[in-house]
Design a protein around this ligand. Structure first.
Ligand code: ZN
Ligand code: ZN
Length: 86
């Protein structure tokens, strides 16, 4: 039967009904892209309070600036604490 490839849109002759792609390459690409889409979870940046999407990574902040800002603040905090103890 004639089917349209889910990834590249090309028509191809499918041997089985559940075949979705014209080639192994297309199938692998589609498969690889899928989990990333599903893993796009919203997370709230603790630094600026904005929501951002992260793709299953351990990213905590929305961007470099926030990560940097949090790091800077942490350093200042540590400095303050060390002054208290000395
Ligand atoms: Zn294809
Ligand atoms: Zn942020």
């Amino acid at each position: 039967m004639k089917k349209k490839c889910k990834r590249c849109g090309r028509e191809f002759e499918a041997i089985r009904r559940d075949v979705e792609c014209c080639s192994t390459l297309c199938r692998l690409t589609l498969f690889k892209n899928r989990p990333a889409e599903r893993k796009g979870v919203e997370r709230i940046c603790p630094e600026c309070g904005k929501t951002f999407l992260h793709n299953g990574t351990r990213k905590i902040y929305c961007g470099k600036e926030c990560a940097y800002g949090a790091k800077k603040r942490g350093e200042r905090e540590r400095e303050r604490m060390s002054k208290l103890w000395s």
